[in-house]
Every structure is written in structure tokens, then in C-alpha cells.
Design a protein around this ligand. Sequence first.
Ligand code: KG4
Ligand code: ZN
Length: 329
Amino acid sequence: MTLVLGIETSCDETGVGIVRDDVLLADAIASQVDEHARFGGVVPEVASRAHLEAMVPTVDRALAAAGVALSDVDAVAVTTGPGLAGALLVGVAAAKAYALSLGVPLVGVNHLAAHVAVDVLEHGPLPDPCVALLVSGGHSSLLLVPDITDVRPLGATVDDAAGEAFDKVARVLGLPFPGGPHIDRAAREGDPAAIAFPRGKADDGTYDFSFSGLKTAVARWVEARTDIPVNDVAASFQEAVVDVLVRKAVDACREHGAALLIGGGVAANSRLRAVAQERCDRHGIPLRVPRPGLCTDNGAMVAALGSQLFRRGVTTPLDALADPSLAIA
Ligand code: KG4
Ligand code: ZN
């Protein structure tokens, strides 16, 4: 059995996870959401500094929660990209220092692959093959995953990420940052068919997404009115996003005879979960969605992927660099 410590600092969460093989022992998070909320978005410099301050205490918290000592750790996994350069550097430098001082291997992991790999902690080995829909504030991608070491991009957003669209529309509606959960809540009281917002790239025959036209359409609709039915706008906007995401994900699953796995912060969205379940059931597609705490950025996902790679003999040299634009394959 191997004990892997995973460090995640690609955006605004300092996450430290500890897994023993595929079993989660601890998942400590230091969230910076409050520090960024007054700016209405993530400020890279603020993120880097906050990671620096939180790193060692969060590692200590994870070790205590797992009931293990630093000297028990067999490998240190870390997100090397994609993400914010300064934020990634803090995690990578810390992971190298821990690995070097403990005399154990470093395992660099791709953040997107880690969002997929985390599901093994909750639901066991990944379905084969599996299509992953990754939707968060920084990415919206459809991936074909025959194996966790073989992640192939099928499509991605050509402009805004889905979560970014949620956050920007929330701002237009006067809801706090991050807006996704607030839109989700408001939409429960609204009519998803109230306003016919555009569904970008819905029928273009690709697995790419586009959300900036939708975001602009919502902003124009709101600007043109004084009395805004916030719940109806939220529900109609959310429906447009969810409809395209699920439509393309289901198409990809049918083309590849695959199960669907949904990850990333937007996977916490209640309407996305419901519509995905309904349409997957209709087409006999197995659906897996990790619990919300494992969908948003966290250290457990890095430890989970690091552990899977380490057990297959994959390690990373100590002079490896962070790569803010690291590609998936
Ligand atoms: O994966 P994540 O924690 O960080 C990134 O890698 O971006 O995702 C954060 C994003 C934010 O845009 C947030 O608004 C969105 O996920 N989000 C949601 C919900 N919960 C979080 N979007 C829609 N509905 C939700 N319930
Ligand atoms: Zn993420």
C-alpha cells in the first residue's frame, strides 16, 4: 500500500489531500473565496500570496486529519498545470521541498485529468471507456478517457468557461461572487422557459462550446429592462448552459459507447445533475458525478491521480516546471 500526499494550488483553493491507494484519508482546503469576492473574480497576485500563507498549515491539517506522519508519505503529487502561473509555482515549489526532504518521488499531475481521476475515491475504478465533461470557472472540456493515463480532448470552449459565464451573469444580476451557487438557487424559483436565450454551437457538429454570446445576450436583455425577474433570467440562462453541455456530452457518449463522468465546480449545479441523469437514463448511459466537495478544486483529486500514476511507476524529475498552459494530451 502506498500513501500519497497531493497538493493543489492552480487557482484559488489551497488543497491538500492524502490517499492510501484509492482510499481518501484526508482532504484539507484553505479557500480564498472571501479574499477574491470583493474584486468580483480571482486576482492572481492575491492567490499566490494566499497559497504561500496557507501551504504549510494546510499540509499539517491534512496529516493530522489522516492520522499519519509526514515520514509515512511514499510520494508527493502536485498540480503542474494548467492554472495561474504564480499560484502553480507555490504548490510545485512546496511539493519539491517536501519530496526532497523526505527522499520520496515527486509526481506531477495535470489538473484536468485529476478532476476525472478523483471519482475513483467515491465510485471505484473508472468506467472503460468514459467520456468526461469538465466544467468549472477555468475550463469546459469534453474528454475521452480510455484510461487515466490516456486522456484525449474531444472539444472545449472556444471562449468563456461555463463557470465563468455563471459568474459573469450573476454579476449582471447583482448576485455575489462566485455566482454559480447563487444562480442555481435563484433558478429553482424561476421558469427555465421564460426567456429563449441562445444556445451557442449547439448544432455545429463539434464537441466545442461557446458561452460568451449567451452571456452577452443575458446582459443585453437585462440592460433593456428596469424591473428584472431575477429568478426567471437565472433559470433561463442556466437552462441554456445545461442543455448544450448535456446534449454534447450525451452525443459523445453515444458515439464512443462510453459512460459519462461530470467534474469541475459547475458539476455541483443541481439542474446539470438532474438533466444529465434524465438524458443518460433515456439513452442507457451510466452516469457518475462525484459529490460536490470533490467536484470543486481540491487536494484529494491530485492525491488520487498521483497515487494511480505512482503505482504504475510514473514519477516526475525534481527539476520539472509548472506549466500554466499544460495541455491535456
Ligand atoms: O472547479 P472550481 O472550484 O474552480 C475552477 O477550477 O474554476 O469551479 C468554480 C466554478 C465557479 O465558476 C462557480 O461559480 C462554479 O464553479 N459553481 C457552480 C456551482 N457551484 C460552483 N456553477 C453552477 N452551479 C453551481 N451550483
Ligand atoms: Zn478545476
